[in-house]
Design a protein around this ligand. Structure first.
Ligand SMILES: [Ca+2]
Ligand SMILES: [Ca+2]
Length: 506
């Protein structure tokens, strides 16, 4: 009888509503992402950047020192990161598209959390937006990814457009452009988003029985570089801004494809404009940093921090004159590298630094593992949980970034005037080397030794003494590139039309 009773109790205990008990303990996720932000941050060693809030976040968890995007452009990178699939598997290799146009039944990151019972909310830019015109709308968003979406628009979108300086007057989305705004933080979009985040977190704090996934996508420092003049522009006196020297000499050993992200309008840059541009970019980073600080403060004030995983990253890197390049779409370190900080209470060592190369593709399996959420079986990254526990763990040991040259795939169809043959460049980053092949080597190769040449000034690919290194890395990059495709080996096609929301002229 006693045995029977014990058995009954065991079964009864086993039948308790596990889901509720587990959900109680499932951590929340606060996913913070900045737009067009490179590693010009205090915690990554930048001598000028004033980023005290991102720096203190880094001190709370693990800073990934060699983290890379899969494609240095908003749309392809974000679709890849948020599906856990490389651009060759999402089929999204241009802006203004969403993976529902190619692989509609794939579950996105926040959707996987929703399917596990999480409340998932988005504030600002997670998928692609036309910046600045689509600020204040849903952009090219995925409605299935969120239960709540908030799209504030501040003076940067609503009032300042006529006053913005641009290399091409009237254009300031893809063109270098900036404005020191006379309006203080509280009038700007990114600040309004931080206030919305506070409001959402207050709601979440009242519902501790339901874990949350809150994603906040800041628009700065994407062009136009608009931030409050005071204090941020004042922190970076124009005369103290650097201008990259010896560009012509540096460019002499770079294949044409490696420099093809240069835009003709950038011929208009004088050294004064280069300094002003850098001042404005830094000012936007510090303004965005202040908003990150507000969101972290809200999390702390509401008592949510001890059970909330925090991620901070950017969608890709950014050039500020290195190799004569500006903005994105190159395969150099500045464009491929991204900041990546992860704070996982009870898991991460405080102030840890992981040096082995990792990728955005790794965020999906990391977050689902930390939260006990089911991930789709076809995602392509590695879990970073072992590196969070011990930052010296090597993991996969490399990261691959790709980019298009000419027009490829659906873009070519839209742009019949595109000249010449289109092709891909792939770049592999190992702890020591950056190795790049343009059109499988037909349009050039680049090899940089980061042990001796962290600024990638000397291309070693054609030097006889590096022939063996090039051969080895060429085999490795082909194998890595192959792993970015779906099992079919075919990149899915974009099947439905494009759209671009515009707040003021719908
Ligand atoms: Ca971007
Ligand atoms: Ca060079």
């Amino acid at each position: 009888m006693r045995i029977l009773l014990s058995l009954f109790l065991l079964i009864a205990v086993d039948c308790l509503p596990h889901k509720v008990t587990a959900a109680d303990k499932q951590p929340n996720v606060l996913f913070l992402i900045s737009d067009d932000l490179n590693n010009m941050l205090g915690c990554y060693g930048d001598p000028k950047a004033k980023t005290p809030n991102i720096d203190r976040l880094a001190a709370r968890g693990v800073r990934f020192d060699r983290s890379y995007c899969t494609f240095p452009l908003c749309g392809p990178s974000r679709n890849s990161m948020l599906t856990g699939l490389y651009p060759n598997s999402t089929g999204i290799q241009a802006n203004s598209q969403i993976f529902r146009q190619t692989i509609p039944s794939q579950h996105s990151l926040s959707q996987a959390f929703r399917l596990s019972g999480y409340f998932a909310a988005r504030i600002g830019k997670l998928y692609h937006y036309n910046v600045p015109n689509s600020i204040g709308t849903n952009g090219h968003d995925d409605p299935g990814s969120w239960e709540l979406e908030l799209n504030p628009a501040g003076v940067d979108r609503m009032e300042h457009h006529p006053d913005i300086f641009s290399l091409t007057p009237g254009q300031f989305g893809g063109t270098l452009s900036w404005l020191a705004s006379p309006k203080s933080d509280q009038y700007h979009t990114d600040r309004l988003m931080a206030e919305d985040a506070d409001w959402v977190l207050e709601r979440c704090a009242k519902r501790k029985d339901r874990p949350f996934f809150l994603a906040v996508g800041f628009f700065r420092p994407h062009t136009p570089y608009v931030a409050p003049k005071e204090p941020y522009f004042g922190w970076y006196p124009e005369k103290e801004m650097r201008v990259v020297a010896n560009v012509q000499e540096d460019q002499s050993d770079i294949p044409a494809a490696g420099l093809a992200s240069y835009k003709k309008e950038q011929d208009k840059l004088t050294d004064d404009l280069r300094r002003q541009s850098l001042q404005a970019y830094y000012a936007c980073i510090s303004f965005m940093d202040a908003q990150v600080g507000r969101v972290i403060d809200s999390l702390d004030r509401l008592g949510l921090a001890e059970n909330t995983i925090i991620v901070f990253t950017s969608d890709h890197g950014y050039h500020t004159g290195e190799h004569g390049l500006w903005q994105k779409m190159s395969l150099f370190e500045e464009s491929a590298r991204v900041p990546m900080l992860i704070v996982a209470p009870g898991v991460t060592a405080k102030g840890g630094v992981a040096k082995s190369p990792v990728s955005h593709i790794d965020l999906f399996p990391t977050l689902t593992e930390l939260c006990g959420v089911n991930a789709p079986s076809n995602i392509q990254g590695q879990s970073l949980v072992p590196m969070l526990k011990d930052p010296s763990v090597v993991g996969r040991g490399w990261a691959i970034t790709q980019v298009t040259r000419g027009a490829v795939g659906p873009r070519a169809a839209q742009n019949p005037n595109a000249k010449g043959k289109s092709f891909f460049g792939y770049s592999l980053r190992t702890p020591r080397w950056r190795y790049t092949e343009w059109d499988e080597g037909n349009q050039g190769r680049e090899l940089y030794d980061h042990d001796k040449d962290p600024l990638e000034q000397t291309n070693l690919a054609m030097k006889p003494e590096y022939a063996k290194t090039v051969d080895d890395l060429s085999i490795q990059i082909r194998s890595a590139a192959k792993s970015t495709f779906p099992p079919s080996g075919e990149t899915p096609e974009v099947k439905t039309a494009l759209w671009a929301p515009l707040l003021t002229e719908p």
